[in-house]
Design a protein around this ligand. Structure first.
Ligand code: 48F
Length: 257
């Protein structure tokens, strides 16, 4: 056994993965539930899907359940997505399913990556690549450079479509809107801002507002609330799963344009 062979194995495998990501069909920023579901469905159909996650662990806001109590609740309407991703659940009353947050997060990550989603952790999307009035890719960096405020220049990936799946932060849309004189497809032309808790309205709006907010730039999951002015909903996750599923359909159409 030689250490240099281990290193070579890691370097060569990583470069192969990165090379595949250079010209993706779709780059999804954020590995929370909505992004993982969208990515999984698309990768399974053969699309080249790259996912960027700035933290060490993908899974986003799933891990903490509700206030650290390790279960989340999912509406019956989203049962099919749980089944498609092989996530075990228990019935809770007539309308809900209860899912162990640890099983849910790890199961979605495992299933999405085994469906073919190329996930890069410790990788932040710090800006977008823009060409002739449309989003054409992402500008990425190692999260450690961002955390430590190091002046490290980024790299770029091209994509037919980019998704802001960054949750409450709506990091991609926020940065894009603040750096460019652009009008988003929202009532104000800018991100509207998230409202307080109102679960039923919030859940419907997340799915409804899953859309293309600017040519080549899509939003799903909780970032739709910040971008379109929706309410928050707390630890009920059906809307996130159904948003991811809807987005997969929209992106299939966008990739074939
Ligand atoms: O927040 P998150 O889980 O996104 P989601 O799919 O789901 C929301 C729910 O978890 C929860 C809810 C509402 O009450 O139901 O909040 O909308 O995951 C977003 C992921 O994006 C990563 C972040 O670390 C998280 O894992 N992220 C954020 N900004 C960036 C990023 C960025 N600029 N680059 C890469 N990753």
């Amino acid at each position: 056994m030689r250490e240099i062979d281990i290193t070579k194995g890691i370097v060569e495998s990583h470069v192969k993965s990165l090379d595949k990501a250079l010209q993706s069909d779709v780059v999804i920023v954020g590995a929370g539930p909505s992004g993982l579901v969208a990515g999984g469905y698309l990768a399974e159909k053969g699309y080249n899907i790259t996912m960027l996650e700035k933290r060490l662990s993908p899974g986003g806001g799933i891990w903490g359940g509700g206030m650290g109590y390790k279960f989340v609740i999912i509406q019956e309407e989203a049962r099919q997505v749980l089944e498609d991703f092989d996530i075990p659940f228990s019935r809770y009353g007539d309308k809900y399913l209860s899912v162990d947050a640890i099983t849910f997060a790890s199961g979605l990550i495992y299933k999405a990556s085994s469906m073919g989603v190329n996930i890069f952790n410790i990788t932040v999307c710090e800006d977008l690549l823009v060409r002739e009035g449309r989003v054409a890719g992402v500008v990425i960096n190692n999260s450690l450079a961002e955390i430590n405020h190091l002046p490290v220049d980024p790299l770029t990936l091209e994509a037919k479509a980019v998704v802001d799946a960054t949750g409450h932060d709506h990091d991609v849309v926020r940065t894009f809107s603040s750096k460019n004189d652009v009008r988003l497809n929202t009532p104000t032309g800018k991100p509207v801002g998230e409202r307080s808790m109102f679960a039923s309205t919030a859940e419907d709006a997340v799915v409804e507002n899953t859309s293309e907010v600017y040519p080549g730039l899509f939003v799903c999951g909780m970032s739709t609330a910040a971008v379109y002015g929706g309410y928050r909903m707390g630890p009920i996750f059906g809307g996130m799963l159904l948003s991811g599923k809807k987005l997969a359909g929209l992106l299939e159409e966008a990739c074939s344009r």
